[in-house]
Design a protein around this ligand. Structure first.
Ligand SMILES: CCCCCCCC/C=C\CCCCCCCC(=O)SCCNC(=O)CCNC(=O)[C@H](O)C(C)(C)COP(=O)(O)OP(=O)(O)OC[C@H]1O[C@@H](n2cnc3c(N)ncnc32)[C@H](O)[C@@H]1OP(=O)(O)O
Length: 208
């Protein structure tokens, strides 16, 4: 007679809990940059955070959740841009359609660069990833070789903007991609163009 052993833990449930934790940390980050409480209160909160940090460090992985191919596609929960389990990530939620890759997004106060505007490096990071996703959407995969950004207008936070990207040309291991961050009315705020290169080891390992 065979018997199924109960797993020691449900990894999916743990990852869901980690995503909820990461979202709470994002709210914490916004609360930190906007807080106007007293110095004593900040010091008290910091002491509590030290204790919470130690609790999380009690059991550590040696790296964030690894990327994986699932039935629903490529999932990278630890990614700095898209990872639900990474508080650094917006997280960016990308949809693919006939025009390439698209994401509705809203930057937060933690992304401030110039006063009341999103940091140019943050916009570039989002576009880097979106362009990379458009490469994958075109049935290829690559690392960013070059990324050129033209900042046309300030990017606001706290209101919806739209990211878009599409591959324009491919040759051997190279794929060229264009993308934008725009206001919902179509006003272009940032333009990007990039060259992505498929590393030789990936050539035969590109997911659908
Ligand atoms: C197991 C597979 C799993 C795949 C999963 C994919 C799923 C996708 C799903 C979801 C989308 C995710 C989206 C993510 C997006 C994020 C993107 C990033 O932020 S990537 C991090 C930043 N970029 C780097 O760190 C690159 C570091 N650089 C390198 O690793 C190498 O330099 C690399 C791969 C870019 C090129 O290395 P070489 O050894 O393959 O290249 P050589 O053979 O020297 O050159 C090939 C050709 O490319 C040109 N080239 C090489 N590097 C170039 C560059 N930087 N700029 C322009 N041209 C370059 C060369 O001149 C050459 O051209 P000629 O054939 O002679 O015409």
């Amino acid at each position: 007679m065979t018997m199924d052993l109960a797993p020691e833990y449900d990894e999916e449930a743990r990852l869901s809990a980690q995503a909820v934790l990461a979202q709470q940390v994002r709210e914490l980050m916004d609360a930190v940059v906007l807080t106007d409480v007293s110095e004593d209160e900040m010091t008290a909160v910091t002491a509590e955070l030290v204790a919470l940090t130690e609790r999380l460090k009690a059991a550590r992985r040696d790296r964030p959740p690894v990327p994986e191919l699932t039935r629903n596609g490529f999932r990278h929960l630890g990614n700095a841009v898209t990872g639900a389990c990474n508080p650094h990530a917006l997280p960016l939620v990308i949809e693919r359609d006939a025009d390439g890759s698209r994401a509705d997004l809203e930057f937060r106060p933690t992304h401030e660069g110039p006063p009341d505007s999103v940091h140019g490096g943050v916009s570039a990071m989002i576009l880097d990833h979106l362009l990379g996703d458009a490469v994958a959407a075109a049935g290829r995969a690559g690392m960013t070789g070059t990324l050129t950004i033209r900042y046309r207008r300030r990017v606001p936070y706290g209101e919806p903007v739209v990211g878009r990207a599409a591959a324009t040309r491919a040759e051997g291991r190279k794929t060229w991609v264009d993308g934008t961050i725009s206001l919902p009315d179509g006003t272009v705020l940032v333009e990007a163009t990039g060259l992505f290169i498929t590393p030789t080891p990936w050539v035969n390992a590109i997911p659908e």
